[in-house]
Design a protein around this ligand. Structure first.
Ligand code: ADP
Length: 451
């Protein structure tokens, strides 16, 4: 496929795209002026990219969604409506040299693209909408609707109206020709009232055009055999003991101030610190984890109460618990390489990436059986151990009790080194690249084009 990406011009995006040249001047329906630029992304094999240059909307302190005080920007509806609207302008020929036959919009931020496309005369491009997390919906008061430049008929139940509000997520789900989400299990779960976030009815109605496609892992970035962020590299099958991984563990323990012990199972956790991630289960189980001789190394940021809780636990037992609060890509790599177990006890998880990194790097995932976690991790039951399919630890009930049982299963396996190495090898061998998911997306595009 001849793919180009369209991105909002956040400062880091503008500086990460090379050779930017202006393609068109745009004026949004509410009067905002923006420039459409074109360039290439060196970090992604010179992938062609359009960037929306609108400094008044995108050049701000804080993150792409919130100000420095973690409050969503008051004009987020415009900041992201512009993105969807610009995609539709590309489809109708804003760049005289290239126009898409299909627009693939991701999450609520791009949710209006399918709506704008649906109302273009002749509908020049098809649309695919991918849900990465249904919990974040881009919901705004009804007053924002005027000014978006959509016909009033769009603001109804059969459209983007959601309980009297404007929902960007619903716009994507309602207007797109096809819908995908990031794992087969999540595709089923979001069709139930329990996990549908109020949109399960619409999703059930569109089940015929909804696919779950598991994310891949970029093996140019995440491969312990070539990862230059690691103090030592290692591969499968090398010596079965993987000396390089043992060295990574010792180096990590030393760097974090943990006791340097090969015989202490090291649990690692790299995560946004939010309620979704099930971190209270980890806090509840931490005494037992320590009492059994384990260690915990956490890297994350987010909710202040969770940050405080982990900071305190690390202060009380600094040789057993390390909490690094912040965002640190390099440390994340070292955690998966040095860790024995990757904790992902999420309440819900559309796909989850860290359990996949844990599998690749030989840090067996311990996960709640939900969403993409259920699709990637096979528990160490006796039968799956015997069949050589076990690659981690899975708990069913989202309770301290069931989490604790999975924790004890991890300790029990760690005490059987030969079995541990076998399970670890199974995880590391799991194919996880993007080649297969990419083929699945091409199929989805074909279906959309043939609509
Ligand atoms: P979500 O998208 O819900 O945050 P995922 O597991 O799908 O959860 O993706 C999270 C990604 O962000 C992973 O690549 C993980 O390694 C990375 N990550 C999360 N927190 C941090 C952090 N504090 N430092 C470095 N990387 C992080």
């Amino acid at each position: 496929a001849d793919v180009r990406v369209l991105l909002p011009g956040f400062p880091a995006i503008l500086s990460g795209v090379a050779g930017l040249v202006p393609v068109a001047g745009l004026r949004a329906p509410w009067g905002e002026a923006a420039r459409l630029l074109h360039g290439r992304i060196p970090a992604l094999g010179q992938l062609p990219a359009y960037v929306l240059d609108a400094p008044a909307l995108y050049d701000r302190p804080g993150n792409p969604y919130e100000d420095a005080g973690h409050r969503p920007y008051a004009d987020n509806h415009r900041r992201f409506a512009l993105l969807g609207w610009a995609a539709a302008q590309l489809a109708r020929g804003a760049d005289p040299h290239w126009a898409p036959e299909l627009v693939h919009a991701h999450d609520w931020h791009a949710g209006l693209a399918p709506a704008y496309l649906a109302y273009l005369p002749g509908q020049p491009a098809r649309s695919v909408f991918t849900i990465h997390n249904l919990a974040y919906q881009g919901r705004f008061g009804p007053d924002v609707f005027t000014g978006l430049g959509l016909p009033s008929s769009a603001f109804q139940v059969n459209g983007l109206e959601f309980h009297g509000d404007v929902s960007f997520m619903k716009a994507g789900l309602y207007f797109a020709d096809r819908i995908t989400t990031v794992s087969p299990s999540y595709a089923q779960e979001i069709q139930t009232p329990a996990q549908g976030q109020g949109l399960d009815g619409l999703l059930r109605g569109r089940a015929g055009v909804l696919d779950g496609i598991l994310n891949g892992v970029d093996d140019r970035v995440w491969d312990p055999a070539t990862d230059t962020l690691l103090p030592h590299r290692y591969r499968m099958p090398e010596g079965r003991r993987m000396a390089g991984k043992a060295l990574c563990k010792a180096s990590l323990q030393h760097a974090l101030g943990l006791e340097v012990r090969a015989d202490a199972p090291l649990f690692v956790l790299v995560s946004r610190l939010t309620e979704q991630k099930g971190l209270h289960l980890v806090l509840d189980g931490l005494d037992e984890l320590i009492a059994r001789g384990g260690q915990l190394a956490l890297l994350g940021s987010g909710d202040a109460a969770l940050e405080d809780a982990f900071r305190q636990r690390a202060a009380v037992a600094p040789r057993r618990v390390a909490a690094t609060l912040g965002y640190d890509e390099a440390l994340a790599h070292r955690l998966f390489a040095g860790g024995d177990v990757t904790l992902v006890p999420s309440m819900f998880e559309p796909c989850g990436l860290t359990q996949m990194y844990g599998l690749r790097y030989g840090a067996l995932p311990l996960v709640h059986r939900v969403g993409g976690l259920a699709d990637t991790v096979t528990d160490c039951t006796l039968e799956d151990l015997a069949e050589g399919t076990a690659n981690g630890f899975v708990f069913d009930d989202f309770t301290a009790r069931d989490f604790g049982r999975a924790l004890r299963r991890a300790f029990a396996l760690f005490a059987r080194p030969a079995d541990w190495r076998r399970v670890r090898a199974t995880g590391m061998r799991r194919p996880a690249g993007w080649a297969e998911p990419a083929q699945r997306y091409i199929e989805v595009y074909r279906h959309a084009a043939a609509r």
